[in-house]
Design a protein around this ligand. Structure first.
Ligand SMILES: Cc1cc2nc3c(=O)[nH]c(=O)nc-3n(C[C@H](O)[C@H](O)[C@H](O)COP(=O)(O)OP(=O)(O)OC[C@H]3O[C@@H](n4cnc5c(N)ncnc54)[C@H](O)[C@@H]3O)c2cc1C
Length: 432
């Protein structure tokens, strides 16, 4: 939860640099697949300072770790990877192949996937070889991305790169799966921070700018838009921190571990998907000023689709949700138990949870309906999280605005009369 709160704040300052931070944070469970590798790397991963020197990792006070999984023919489908690894005869491996998307290429080592004779396997590829010479990792070019400019991303090739195996040969996907929960959590936090950053700009601009004899924030049509945006930001924050709490408790509480496995992809799907539309609406609150590069909105806008693509694009996440339901029925039970807690508190919440149950009728839930289920389950979880941690008027506004069947939610600003706009805006406006 503390990590979550700090990442939400950090993402409001700049989202690009949080990419290497996230990968470095999330790599620890994968490194722990091999106690010897963990003993060498984890203390430097956990160091509180960044050491930018271009020298072997064992001479540095702190290191960062990247991930090189995606190949041209295989991003979501990593089993289509073609990078090969052969034993070097001394316990390590030699890698040959390419990776088409590798962010933070200045990292000290990369978690990567390559095929051995046993199947797809996870490896740690350092920048420097143990003999003190440069490893065979070549940056072919940097990517010209639409946003995320403060984070370098690259295309790389392994030309006989030296690597250590992490986890069992042939079980590479299994080795990185624990890492994925954490990177997905950081995607949720990134989008929550991006949403809050855009909201703050909209609230500030509309409270300073006057049109037609009033501050914009006091014009009823604008208040409705802002209140609706506040509801979205509150809901993103609540579900993000609820997922964080389950990550904290998972090691000692089976129910929370089960909850975490399903709630993480659900929240990742929904919060990341909501970010671009949200930022667009906040941008429009600025009028023409939102569309020019001197202000922050174009940067926030170009950043906004990223988290939904990375670590499982929309469909892939929705399909992962289906997989979790079929392979881990206890995760569904844990989410259902969570959803029961606020029952009886708001008619729209009760009705929404009732509709959600329809998906579970045999034959109703399949790949074609996976996105619908992911959306509705995430909305229900947002309601439950707000009920647990936000004031009642925020929970009630969310239920009226996002869960009522008479709100289609296609655009912001069509606000239910049950929504207490003034209190929502007052709670959200930055105090300076
Ligand atoms: C800014 C940025 C930084 C990145 N950094 C890294 C990095 O550091 N390391 C790294 O390894 N990768 C990185 N990536 C790559 C990213 O992880 C991949 O782009 C992502 O996994 C999707 O893979 P893909 O591009 O091959 O798309 P595809 O797998 O081709 O997917 C294209 C579309 O098809 C959908 N789709 C896929 N399978 C199915 C299916 N079965 N049914 C229905 N729809 C499906 C997907 O949801 C997606 O919308 C980065 C990407 C971005 C944008």
């Amino acid at each position: 939860v503390l990590h979550g709160a700090m990442m939400i704040l950090m993402n409001q300052a700049d989202a690009g640099v949080t990419c290497p931070m996230s990968m470095t944070y999330a790599c620890v469970p994968a490194l722990q697949a091999d106690p010897e590798i963990a003993a060498k790397w984890v203390p430097r991963v956990q160091a509180a300072s960044y050491d930018p020197r271009f020298i072997p990792a064992d001479q540095k006070t702190g290191v960062t770790i990247g991930m090189a999984m995606t190949e041209k023919q295989g991003g979501s489908d990593v089993r289509a990877n073609t990078t090969r690894a052969v034993p070097d005869g001394q316990g390590a491996y030699i890698l040959t192949g390419h990776k088409w998307f590798c962010s933070a290429p200045m990292s000290d080592a990369f978690l990567t996937l390559a095929y051995t004779d046993e199947g797809l396997t996870c490896f740690l590829v350092p920048r420097w070889k143990p003999d003190g010479t440069r490893n065979g990792i070549h940056v072919m070019r940097l990517k010209d991305k639409m946003g995320d400019k403060s984070n370098a991303s690259s295309e790389i090739e392994y030309h006989g790169a030296w690597a250590e195996r992490l986890g069992e040969a042939g079980r590479g996907v299994r080795t990185i799966i624990d890492m994925v929960q954490h990177t997905r959590y950081d995607c949720i936090l990134g989008s929550t921070g991006g949403i809050r950053a855009a909201l703050v700009q909209a609230l500030w601009h509309t409270s300073q700018r006057r049109a037609f004899q009033k501050a914009l924030i006091d014009q009823p049509a604008m208040r409705a838009v802002l209140a609706d945006l506040v509801i979205e930001s509150e809901a993103a924050t609540a579900i993000a921190l609820r997922v964080g709490a389950s990550l904290d408790r998972a090691a000692t509480d089976e129910q929370e571990a089960a909850f975490m496995r399903l709630a993480t992809p659900l929240a990742k799907y929904w919060v990341c998907k909501r970010q671009p539309g949200f930022v667009y609406e906040a941008l429009e609150c600025h009028g023409g000023a939102g569309y020019v590069e001197e202000g922050p909105m174009p940067r926030l806008y170009r950043q906004s689709p990223l988290n939904a693509i990375w670590e499982g694009s929309g469909n892939v996440i929705a399909l992962d949700v289906l997989r979790a339901l079929s392979r881990e029925p206890d995760s569904l039970e844990a989410v259902q138990a969570e959803l029961k807690k606020p029952l009886g508190r708001h008619h729209a919440y009760d009705a929404h949870v009732g509709r959600l149950a329809d998906y579970l009728t045999p034959g109703n839930l399949h790949e074609g309906t996976a996105r619908g289920f992911a959306r509705d389950a995430a909305l229900a979880l947002q309601g439950a999280a707000l009920h647990e941690m936000a004031p009642d008027f925020v929970f009630e506004a969310f239920c009226a605005q996002r869960l009522s069947s008479d709100r289609n939610g296609l655009l912001y600003g069509d606000v239910s009369p049950d929504v207490d706009q003034a209190r929502l805006i007052e709670r959200a406006i930055p105090a300076v």
